[in-house]
Write a protein that binds this ligand. Structure first.
Ligand code: FES
Length: 310
């Protein structure tokens, strides 16, 4: 069969492959020197031949019974296919190998079996929520270690309950702050509303906790700063030891973090970007401010939705 009667597959940075209709992607790739893993020998048992479909999904044969069976166990996202079970029906296709080396087999097939889009990594829109406890370092210096940890535990329990009850997910905590996202399972408008509601509830509850507890027992008035932004980020899951953790990265994350930092010089406990404000169905009245954020190229229009610090 001439190359003209075969179909074209591009593996970016690895090479181009011509596949005839009776060849699987795996067979075509191996014959062209693209080293797709195939631990089970093409029997749809190992999943190491899986490929990410970047372009041309419509030119691939639908999953056969064997691929469906493995998919039922491993829950591949729709843009991941088994090269050993898939044929090309036309067009031009762009694919990427997912398993690149032996280590990847452990990551994707070993203990952390499964191949959700989160394990492969994906770009998605999320609401990014940064919270920091104000002036906590001087407080730590004058408190006993027990009291410091007790206060942190008490505060983080409140933050966590409020964030999670509003469908948020905490990604990271530092000693005196946290980073959460909203929108993993909800749409844009709902996620924005939920994040702002969580922020407002935290600020309100903190007033009550200060009055009923921290002022009485520690003579302290705990305050926080919260910054919220929305944007397209890269998210995925990594495994550290036995624990799987979600990671979220990208430029919008930096903006949200800087908005939290801006709560200090803007003297307001909740600063949101104009993108957030624009998605609020019943936004509180607030005049926009245009500010420069350290490390962020363009000026940002922001809204102050919290209270001045006391
Ligand atoms: S080679 Fe094992 S599932 Fe494809």
């Amino acid at each position: 069969m001439s190359e003209a009667s075969k179909y074209f597959i591009e593996f970016p940075k690895e090479g181009c492959v011509y596949a005839s209709p009776n060849q699987t992607i795996l067979e075509a790739a191996l014959s062209a020197g693209v080293p797709l893993f195939h631990v089970c020998g093409g029997k749809a048992k190992c999943s190491t031949c899986r490929v990410l479909v970047i372009e041309g999904a419509e030119w691939l044969t639908p999953p056969n019974a064997k691929e469906k069976l493995l998919n039922d166990q491993m829950h591949f996202p729709r843009n991941v296919r088994l090269a050993c079970q898939t044929h090309i029906t036309g067009g031009s296709i762009k694919l990427a190998r997912i398993i690149q080396d032996e280590t990847d087999i452990g990551i994707y097939v070993g203990n952390s079996s499964g191949a959700s889009s989160q394990q492969i990594g994906e770009e998605r829109e999320l609401v990014l929520f940064f919270l920091d406890i104000r002036n906590f370092t001087p407080l730590v210096e004058k408190l006993l270690p027990f009291d410091t940890i007790h206060i942190i535990r008490k505060l983080f329990l409140v933050f966590q309950n409020i964030i999670e009850s509003n469908q948020g997910k905490i990604i990271e905590t530092t000693g005196d702050g946290l980073y959460a996202v909203f929108g993993c399972d909800t749409g844009r408008v709902q996620s924005v509303q939920s994040a702002v509601k969580a922020a407002s509830t935290i600020l309100e509850d903190l007033v009550n906790i200060n009055d009923s507890y921290f002022k009485i027992h520690f003579h302290e008035n705990i305050q926080v700063g919260i910054g919220i932004h929305i944007g397209r980020v890269v998210s995925g899951v990594i495994r550290i030891g036995n624990e799987e953790r979600m990671i979220v990265m990208g430029y919008p994350v930096n903006i949200a973090s800087r908005l939290q930092n801006a709560t200090k010089f803007l003297n307001n406990s909740l600063v949101v970007s104009s993108d957030i404000y624009g998605f609020l169905s019943d936004p509180p009245s607030s005049e926009p401010l245009t500010i420069t954020l350290k490390g962020i190229e363009n000026e940002q229009k922001v809204y102050l939705l919290g209270q001045k610090y006391s």
